[in-house]
Design a protein. Sequence first.
Length: 400
Amino acid sequence: MTGSTTIVNSGEYNSSPPDGVSSQCHDTVETYTFEEPGLPLYPAIDPSKNLKTELPFNLVPGVGYKSSKTCGEVRSAAACAVEPEHFKREYPLKCGKLTCPVCYPLSIAKTAKMAADRVHGFIDAVRCSPGHTELKKDVERWMHVVISPPPQLFDQTDDSAKMCKIGIGIAKQLGLMGGYLIYHPYRINPQYRDMFIDMNQALIENDCSTEKFWSFIRRDVLNLGHWTKYLIFSPHYHIVGFGFLMNVQDFHTTSFYGLPGWVYKNLNPNGIDLDRAYNLKDVGYHDHIVAILSYQLDHAAYVPGKRSLRSFGLLRPTFIKKLEEVVLLDVQRAICPVCSAPVVRYEVDEWGEYILPSEPVQCVCKLKQHKYEIRTRKRRQGAVVKFKINNSELKEKLRL
């Protein structure tokens, strides 16, 4: 049996992109001609169902309205003491809502940093644990895995809670022992993705910064009228976790939830770099876990009141406990990457002018992490269970 198919490759996060290209995940499209049994297995090649643009069942962050007039206003910043244009990092006011088109990146960054803190704390807790000898070898190698179901298995009306539960089950079947799962209901339509690639190439030729594809979609750069018109319904999962993965062909031929045809791709075959080195150019610590989770949460399924980032396996609070203690791992004084002058705090007025305080204070970058411990499940013999009875009739019966 022969045929041809278009493979949509979601790519991987590149920590060192080519000159002039921003560090982001660019989707690519490749066409393969295949013969059984050696067909490419990643990812799902067709949209599962026709996308319903009238009323999207799954939202993504940043497609709502501003919650406040002050969202995005800059009142303070950190910048070069000699010339703020050399380097500046602004601190805008934020509402904290994922629906806000201005504030959602700040909320996503906060969630990603909290998740990365748990990952690093979990690794340290396992390393320091007197037991769990086999687990100590496993936690040293974390990976970014994409899992795609058969195209005909799910419908757009399937809610995100159900889809996340299914994804976690599949991740465990694949061999992942713990981590974080992010559900993506959509992929960008290949024809629009090609246009976005051309647009970014034009920006590079004009010495301008490139943009993420989802930034183009939110701004509706092609004037299609709605963000859903750029997309196809093609559910898949992004997982940052650890474990040993099943063989690709075996995974593809095994039936999960009634159908074979599941596919996966390990985007970090050599493992995710867990080092958090200080970057003089960015004036801060770079964490690959934060970078991956931030980008994937940028267009994850969002339901108000529900979590877009789901922990599973050994990373769940039932196995690992977060302590109040915070450890300071490293401290660096912030200096300008252009002229090596101190980076200090500025006040910003209503016209956007930077006001240097009379006594400027140099900024300090700190690498901090909460401590975690592995929970022990010991049953206390003879423990008395105390409970309160609210039913008055039942109280009378117990007195007799």
